[in-house]
Design a protein around this ligand. Sequence first.
Ligand code: F6R
Length: 607
Amino acid sequence: MCGIIGIVGNSSVVDRLVDGLRRMEYRGYDSAGICTINDGKLIRRRAEGKLKNLVEELANNPAPGEIGIAHTRWATHGAPTTSNAHPHATDHVALVHNGIIENYKDLRAELRDKGRTLESDTDSEVVAHLVSIEVENGACPENAVAQVLPRLRGAFALAIVFRSHPDKIIGARRGSPLVVGYGSGEMYLGSDALALAPLTQKITYLEEGDWVVVERGGVIIHDESGNVVEREIQTSGASAAAVEKGNYRHFMQKEIFEQPTVVAQTLSSYLRQADNSVALPQFDFDISSVRRVTIVACGTSYYAGMVAKYWFEQFARVPVDIDVASEFRYREPVLEEGGLALFISQSGETADTLAALRHCKENGQTIGAVVNVPTSSMAREADLLLPTHAGPEIGVASTKAFTCQLAVLAALAAHMAVKKGLMSREEEQRVVAHLLEAPACLNKALDHDDDIASMAHLIAPARDVLYLGRGPDFPLALEGALKLKEISYIHAEGYASGEMKHGPIALIDDAVPVIVLAPSGPLFEKSISNMEEVRARGGQVVLISDAKGLAEAGEGCIATIEMPEVHPLIAPLVYAIPVQLLAYHVACVKGTDVDQPRNLAKSVTVE
Ligand code: F6R
């Protein structure tokens, strides 16, 4: 996913554009670029790599002007070089694009046949040329864009400036988010409200297919058919401070430490503390009639779904199918009329998950969305919106969104069980009481930050690391491995503890640390037997358990991490903390870029 911003201003825009890019750098950081209009000229500056390289470029070659667009890129088509960096431009227009133009090959061929020279390997540049051709043939900017948009297939958010019209930016949205911001005598466009947070809180979320003419005094919004439409102006809750690290070294670290607060915040909108009951939003949907739940998500959100499968099946006795979104539609899933399909996503914009959501909608499923961005596409297309209240998550590696997803999913599973008559009032009170203990237990888990930091050097030199867990802690093993891979670049695998002996145990030697997640409880003995199988083969074990578990099985491990003793229901939330902290501290020892790991972007809006 890329980030785009545009300002039709009444003073110099360059610094504000760069600040907007800084707030969106988590969306992609392969290259960055800017284009202003000054003295009837398009002034374009671009740089490969992180935003700081563009800032250096601008220090040497300033970009004056009171109107401009800017872009931070996560490369899809074309290597992350300067020539592939946005904005793409002709003599007449410049544009920035987030998304993928699927028919770009045909359009490139057509442009080449017309004798146009394309400078980049991107799919985006074709749009600049198509709009430019219309302008060169005498079309006004509005007509030029209206002619070209129907020719584009795929997903896009676009912002386009026109050399001869230094008073307007045209934006368009199909499949990728775009918001309009209202200033005083100025107007803005951005990929999200966070990018515009220091500029304005007054925003409009464009609808699918909308395109918009942005001028200093206001905007004209057109729908996909070209009709002028009104869209609501909302007050955004995005605060500029949410995109600051405060006293923390990294966003990821800040977000790990925010978990007790944001999980409590999330739980408070799903549970009633006064009488320990589940209190979900009122839905116009009979949840007791659900006979099958389909869960679809990607990455960390998928692992939250895996944990939830245990809860739905255990509490509500309802079968759960779970898929990674990129596979879901292609296996031609059997979806019975009237099923509940749940989509879990921090961003609410992940293209694979969104496509799966639409597929389920077309196939008669009721759509539930557990999302952290309440204005996202998934939130808007869902029948049942179940927001997490994690606040903006900027670190590319997801942390607090995960534990908040777990909080919502546990409450939903209990709610379904209550509605189905499968959970008595006393059981409901017990479950709610355990969930309400989670924030305090997360705090206790965070108290072990220093211990984890001091053992990170044991893991940092490893080439491979294994994570083991059983039951609902198995997805935590997968999550631990994902966190380590993505931010420390160490190869890691998560396995169900009992599955080790069926093959992966062949990997064990004294160079492969094995992280065992084993809270004391019903599965403890079996987990420890599996751990012993590893140790018997020279495996170097790090045991994560509570005091009781460590007393029983901690001897002989290369390190142990103590967690508070918790009810098994909340163990997946609490054990998320040590796996996140371990990955974080190992990455710090290795000196990798924790918040912006290589090759990644915060949310992936391409399939
Ligand atoms: C891992 C991570 C990714 C995301 C995945 C889904 O730390 O962040 O695996 O979980 O890309 O993103 P969302 O939740 O936005 O749909």
